[in-house]
Design a protein around this ligand. Sequence first.
Ligand SMILES: O=C(O)C(=O)Cc1ccccc1
Length: 282
Amino acid sequence: MGLNIGYLGPEATFTDYAARQLFKEAKRIPFVSIPECMDAASAGEIDAAIVPLENSIEGSVNITIDYLVHETDLQIVGEAVVSIRQHLLVHRDNIKNWKEAELICSHPHALAQCHKFLHRKFKGIPLEYMSSTAAAAKHVRNHPEQNIAAIANSLAAEEYGLVFAEQNVHDYSYNHTVFAVLAKEGHDIYMAPTEESKISLMITLPSDRAGALHQVLSAFSWRKLNLSKIESRPMKTGLGKYFFIIDINLKMDDVLIPGAIAELEALGCTVKLLGSYSSHKI
Ligand SMILES: O=C(O)C(=O)Cc1ccccc1
């Protein structure tokens, strides 16, 4: 029985591309939203969920982080780093007047990655945020009577029969997105190890002590554990209440990481291991 892999759909999103590259033999199931995809993995309806986690221009996909921390017990079992190329796609009936498009639609992160292009070429034209780049491409395919455009990838152009009005409209050439592979404890998802190992932790600080964050950073620094990311996100329990996501570019060991976690818990922090996994460049 093959793997069932859920992803942010519909077909031909960047997440779908990551799923195709990581799990070539799997059955891929599209979901309308990131939470629905993650819920399906938590409920055991799929073996793993692939969702966008962070983009090099726009930063973290907050809904992924917040849902992972607050709503599920899924583990990060792997990640894929994908080079992102955004194109302006239109229905072939509108290729002659795309410069007069009356609406540009795409995923919020995709629109943000192209905001200088949009400001230059479509000043004053409304943007419509959609659940994904491919959802936007599908919408443009279904509305030839409207002079509208989607920002999406070349897979979506092929899948939905759209034509390229302009290619590579993202503002910065270095444009990568990290997609997380999420699965339940005890899963049987195998992802080949790579040179790039990562450990992700979620840490909350004791509310009653100043300098707690400094202690957290010290617990890693004196053990020479280099942090590749530290990011705060609201706990949603009140202003100024945060949790921290920390990434360490190492394999899990038996002494240093467990020692740092034990020290932090002794200092009154809560520490949740989000995953110990390999990063795959695809
Ligand atoms: O909408 C998509 O295609 C996604 O997979 C989410 C996304 C959007 C923009 C950049 C990378 C991933």
